[in-house]
Design a protein around this ligand. Sequence first.
Ligand SMILES: C[S@@+](CC[C@H](N)C(=O)[O-])C[C@H]1O[C@@H](n2cnc3c(N)ncnc32)[C@H](O)[C@@H]1O
Length: 124
Amino acid sequence: MADESGFQLKGSAPERYERYAAPFMAPFVEAILEAIDLHPGAAVLDLACGTGFAARAAAARVGPAGRVSGADINPGMIGVAAEHASRRYPDIEFTVAPAETLPFEDAAFDAVVCQQGVQFFPDL
Ligand SMILES: C[S@@+](CC[C@H](N)C(=O)[O-])C[C@H]1O[C@@H](n2cnc3c(N)ncnc32)[C@H](O)[C@@H]1O
C-alpha cells in the first residue's frame, strides 16, 4: 500500500515539511475549516493529515469538548504530528492508516477534512 500511495516523505523530510509547509498552508487550512463550519464539541477526522497542522487548527476550533483524529499512511508524518500536537493539543489522536482501510466506525465523525491528500490515494 505504501508503495502505491503518492507523496511519501522519508528521513528528516516530515519535520522539514512541518517547518516550511505549515506557515504557507495556514490560510488554506483556515478556509477549509471555515467552509465546514466546525462547532465546539464536534468530532473531526483529518485524513492524510501529514504532520497534523489541519488537525491542530481543528482542535483549536472544536475545543476540549470536541474530538480530533488524524490518519496518514506515513509513520514518519504521524510521528512528527504527534510530537507537535503534544505541546498544545494533547487530545488529538494520530493513527497510521491508509485512507482505503480506516480503523474507524461508520459515522464516527461529524466532519472529515482532507487537504492535499486525495490526489495521492491509489483508489479514490
Ligand atoms: C501533501 S501531504 C498533505 C499533508 C497535510 N494534509 C497537509 O495539509 O499538509 C500528502 C499526505 O497524504 C498522505 N497519503 C498519501 N497517500 C495516502 C493514503 N493512501 N492514505 C493515507 N494517507 C496518504 C501522505 O503520506 C502525506 O502525508
